[in-house]
Design a protein. Sequence first.
Length: 361
Amino acid sequence: MNILVTGGAGFIGSALVRHIINNTQDSVINVDKLTYAGNLESLASIASSDRYVFEQVDICDRAELARVFKQHQPDAVMHLAAESHVDRSITGPSDFIQTNIVGTYTLLEATRDYWNTLSVDAKQAFRFHHISTDEVYGDLPHPDEQEGLAVNQELPLFTEITSYAPSSPYSASKASSDHLVRSWLRTYGLPTIITNGSNNYGPYQFPEKLIPLIIMNALEGKLLPIYGKGDQIRDWLYVEDHARALYKVVTQGKVGETYNIGGHNEKRNIEVVQAICSILDTLVPTDTLYAEQITYVTDRPGHDRRYAIDASKMSNELNWQPQETFETGLRKTIEWYLINPAWCQHVQDGSYQHERLCIDA
C-alpha cells in the first residue's frame, strides 16, 4: 500500500513510519507541519528509503493537502497529526482547537474529495484511520476510592462503547475529532476506523512528557516534579507495540469499528518515577539515590485520576498483544535516552526547560 501518515515526525507517528518502512513493503508519505514536537531526526534511519517521502504541510491547508493527494495517490490515510500535551492545552487551548478539530475536518474533506475520484474497487479498499486517545473517555474509579480493591481487580476499564467525558481542552478536542470522523462515515460513506490508545512511552518522545522529563531531569541533577500525590494511574503502552497495533488496524480492521489499544500496565505516576530512579541507580550510579530528587508540586487543573484500557477486542479480532512489559519497555527507553543525548538537545527550542507547564495555571 501507499500510506499517507499525518504527524509522521512526531513521537508515535515516527515510530509508525519506521515500523512500516522497516517491516513491510508499503510506502509512506509523511505529512507533518514540524511544530515544536516534530523532529525529522527521529526518521534519520529510514529517510533515504525509496519508499519514503516527506511533505512539510499543515493539515489545515486544504490546497496543499489536495496537491499531496493528487501527487502521491495514497491507498490509506493514518491520521496522527495533533496537539497532544494536556498541560499545553490548559495554558493555550486555541492551538488544540485549530489543529485537532479544524485540522481533522480539513483533512477529512481533502480525503473525501480524493476518495470520490477513485474507482469503485479502490474506494472500497481505501481506509481513513484516525488515531485518538483514551483520554476522551474521562477518568475511571480509582482503587483508593474503593476500599479493599486493588488495581485490575473488579475495577472498570475503558471499552470501545464507553461514553465520552473529556476533562481537558486536549481530550475535548480529540473527542470532537473522533465524532467528526464517525460522521464522515455515516454521512458520506468515507471508510473510517478509529483507535484510542493509552499513554505511550519509548524512544524519541519529546521531553515534556512524564517519562523522558524524569529521565532527563534525573541525569541533570534537577528536581523530579510530580503532580499532587503522584497517585494518578495510567495504562502504559510501549510506542513500538502501538505502532504494530496501528498497522494491524489499518490493514485488517473493519470499517466503522473502534479499537482500544492498551499496554496492560496500570501504574501510579509515583511508581513510574520510582522505577525510573531505580533503573538509573543501576545504570548510572551516583553518590546519592535518584529518588532523593523527587518533589511534589501543585496538581494541574482537572487532572484525571485513572485511565485503564480493555484491549481484548484488539486481541480477539486482530490477534494483537503488546510484546513489552512495562519493566522491559522502561529499561529499553532509559537506555535509549542514555545513548542519545544529542537528540534530546536538538528537539528543544530553548523555551522549554523541563518544567511542569501547569504549576501556575
